[in-house]
Design a protein around this ligand. Structure first.
Ligand SMILES: NC(=O)c1ccc[n+]([C@@H]2O[C@H](COP(=O)([O-])OP(=O)(O)OC[C@H]3O[C@@H](n4cnc5c(N)ncnc54)[C@H](O)[C@@H]3O)[C@@H](O)[C@H]2O)c1
Length: 380
């Protein structure tokens, strides 16, 4: 097994999540070769801020750097397909932010390309890697048949019609927004925890603000836009929605997503009910897993590597009582990715979320959109 230090990684994207990738990679000991922004000036500024060796002037310059073995794509959704395709064609492993692509056809093309090249290709469903979500996954078999999975993913950063980001435009982020941007994190997570497969969906979505006041100029994700010049723009993407799920084997599910719930900054919650117990987790108290019992008092497991399964312990980086959170989940996701690369694990036997799993989320989104439009159950 080679050291993470021997693997050169370049990051594309200097906005909200690109620097989160850089930080997580640095904490893992991976060699970050440099960063690319939307302009050479942005590359330079991010490079200086993050203390990196190189500011790439273009994506071609990044791809032709022989020190780069893997590329992280932390750029707007509309660029994922083309940038991932070119990285694989240049012989680089790819860790792409979600969603993998704008359309299922593009996503399937990327899955096939990754398979043909034998390169590692992951999608950044980082929430799986909170240690207590891995613990829930490790415990699922002891709990017997799953009856139901319910939950929500809610935020408030798009509450006002003056809140704006590239995601609100279908042309930049995709036709589905709240469902695709945050709902897919929930769906990926509950499927990875329970092992269930979605059989059919029924969805009802809503655009609360059909017109938003777009600031003139670029706004970074989660940045308040304050007093700036604005122009009205029509919006067709979903602010809220509910989705019913039928899983193979008979389990039921329900998800509520919203980006307009005041005070809910970033709340992902799930509750899984099974034959021999229940499990619940909330991203705003990520170091606690509720374990429900019928015949004895229910428990709250506080994250402590000494009390976790082998799977979860491998991704718990600090002792009990020393809280881990959002940045650590990226570290865990990339740990799985670079462990696979450095140990020579076959792309078919990995722990990170794969392009195939990323493509499946897009298939689910297509079924959800169709269900909403046709007001009926749609088989997946
Ligand atoms: N896994 C997660 O929890 C998570 C969280 C946030 C965002 N994301 C995903 O990350 C991606 C980026 O989201 P964000 O919130 O950081 O957006 P953002 O708008 O804050 O940043 C996007 C960055 O991409 C840069 N960019 C635009 N065009 C580019 C180009 N041609 N070449 C290089 N850089 C370019 C922009 O300058 C900006 O710095 C999205 O796909 C989003 O879905 C994932």
């Amino acid at each position: 097994m080679s050291s993470f230090r021997d693997i050169g990684v370049a990051v594309a994207g200097t906005g909200f999540i690109g620097p989160v990738h850089v930080e997580a990679l640095q904490r893992l000991g991976v060699h970050v070769t440099g960063i690319l922004g939307s302009t050479p000036e942005k590359s330079e500024a991010a490079c200086a801020r993050l203390g990196l060796p190189r500011a790439y002037v273009s994506y071609d310059a990044l791809l032709s750097d022989s020190a780069v073995a893997a590329v992280h794509l932390a750029i707007p959704n509309v660029l994922h397909y083309d940038y991932a395709r070119r990285a694989l064609a240049s012989g680089k492993h790819v860790m792409c932010e979600k969603p993998l692509a704008m359309h299922a056809q593009e996503a399937h093309t990327l899955v096939a390309q990754a398979k043909a090249t034998g390169l590692h290709a992951g999608v950044c469903y980082n929430i799986r890697f909170y240690p207590l979500n891995l613990e829930a996954r490790a415990r699922r078999k002891q709990m017997g048949r799953v009856y139901s999975v319910v939950g929500r993913y809610v935020q408030d950063w798009l509450l006002y019609d003056t809140d704006y980001n590239w995601r609100v435009l279908a042309s930049e982020g995709g036709i589905l927004r709240a469902v695709a941007d945050i709902g897919t994190h929930w769906m990926d997570l509950v499927v990875s925890v329970t092992g269930l497969e979605v059989e059919a969906v029924f969805a009802d979505l809503r655009t609360v603000h059909k017109v938003r006041q777009r600031p003139v100029g670029e706004i970074q994700t989660f940045a308040g836009s304050g007093e700036v010049a604005r122009a009205p723009v029509g919006i067709g993407t979903d602010d809220t929605g509910c989705v019913l799920f039928r899983f193979k084997g008979g389990a039921q599910g329900v998800l509520w997503v919203s980006q307009v719930t005041a005070g809910r900054k970033n709340t992902l919650h799930y509750e899984i009910a099974a034959a021999r117990g229940a499990l619940a987790w909330n991203s705003e108290q990520p170091n606690e897993l509720w374990i429900g019992h019928r015949d004895r008092p229910s428990e709250v497991l506080v994250r402590d590597p000494a009390l976790l399964s082998d799977l979860a312990r491998g991704y718990a980086h600090y002792p009990g009582g020393h809280n881990e959170g959002f940045p650590d989940s990226f570290k865990g996701c990339f740990q799985a990715f670079y462990t696979a690369i450095s140990s020579g694990t076959s792309p078919d036997a990995v722990q990170y979320p794969t392009f195939a799993e990323g493509a499946h989320e897009i298939v689910l989104c297509d079924a959800i959109l169709q269900s909403h439009r046709e007001e009926r159950w749609v088989a997946v």
